[in-house]
Design a protein around this ligand. Structure first.
Ligand SMILES: C[S@@+](CC[C@H](N)C(=O)[O-])C[C@H]1O[C@@H](n2cnc3c(N)ncnc32)[C@H](O)[C@@H]1O
Length: 266
């Protein structure tokens, strides 16, 4: 693995360190129930697996690997899969593979032209600078290297936004890049776009409360920005949020708009 790493000492977290620590803490708290609730994430990952070039490649980084839910399948495609995540608790949960790196995707510690592929499912929306991250992914890939990426886009979690608008005007869910913006970043980076699609995934829950809990259970309750509302709601505010929760075809759904990308470095 040392052949992959840029420095012996990992680089410090870039950007808003406090926000990164909070994100890591949220995901660490979510570790026990993550796999149970991460249905949409599983569906997106399956879509990405279909895009993997059957030609065998040696090294693949699983960026934002979480509790290692994709490692068994990735190990079938690549000789060496390296999980990388901000949350040490998430990485400890994964029992596939002996080595993992706890680090920040906004400060990738890898050598230039050192990896054959990068897989990342439902994680890069947490980057503080997606444009920069994609340039860094380009840097660390070998020529001909592949990227299999899913990223949550704007229009996601709209039901949660609407429900919370019952209690205040503050932002309760993260803002995401649009599919067009993500494509623009990819084009600017110079990747060959093998495939790019936008899919809507929905999970259905027995009640608004279950829907709100599901968001918490996957660690997605932390907001990137510090001046947005976080924390507990009073009982009456929670009741209002649940009453205001919009139904889709009479069902309580949580929707995600997800960009699914297959890219190649020239
Ligand atoms: C929604 S989970 C996705 C887990 C897994 N890839 C899957 O398919 O289910 C997002 C993961 O991204 C990680 N993450 C968030 N911000 C990160 C960062 N700045 N650097 C590295 N990983 C990060 C979280 O700790 C979490 O494990």
């Amino acid at each position: 693995m040392s052949a992959l790493l840029r420095n012996k000492i990992l680089q410090p977290l870039q950007g808003d360190t406090l926000a990164k620590n909070k994100t890591a803490a949220k995901f660490s708290q979510a570790v026990t129930n993550y796999a149970l609730y991460a249905n949409v994430q599983k569906r997106a990952a399956n879509e990405l697996f279909k895009k993997i070039n059957p030609q065998h490649a040696h090294t693949c980084i699983d960026l934002g690997a979480g509790p290692g839910v994709n490692l068994v399948k990735l190990n079938k495609h690549f000789d060496y899969v390296l999980p990388f995540d901000l949350s040490i608790a998430m990485l400890k949960q994964s029992n596939v593979g002996k080595t993992a790196i706890c680090g920040d995707m906004d400060a990738l510690p890898f050598q230039s032209s050192s990896v054959d592929a990068l897989f990342s499912n439902f994680a890069v929306q947490w980057s503080a600078n997606l444009d920069y991250l994609l340039n860094e992914v380009m840097r660390i890939l070998k020529p001909g290297g592949r990227v299999y990426l899913s990223c949550v886009c704007d229009g996601s979690l709209n039901e949660i936004k609407t429900a919370f608008s019952a209690v205040d005007n503050q932002t309760h869910v993260n803002e995401f890049h649009s599919f067009e913006q993500i494509n623009q970043f990819v084009e600017n980076t110079g990747f060959i776009i093998k495939n790019a699609e936008l899919k809507c995934y929905q999970d259905v829950y027995p009640s608004p409360l279950h829907a709100l809990r599901s968001i918490k259970a996957i660690g997605a309750t932390h907001l990137h920005s510090q001046n947005k509302r976080q924390g507990l709601l009073t009982k009456s505010a929670l009741k209002k949020v649940c009453e205001q929760y919009p139904l889709i075809a009479n069902q309580v759904a949580v929707s995600y708009q997800v960009a699914l990308l297959s890219l190649q470095k020239e």
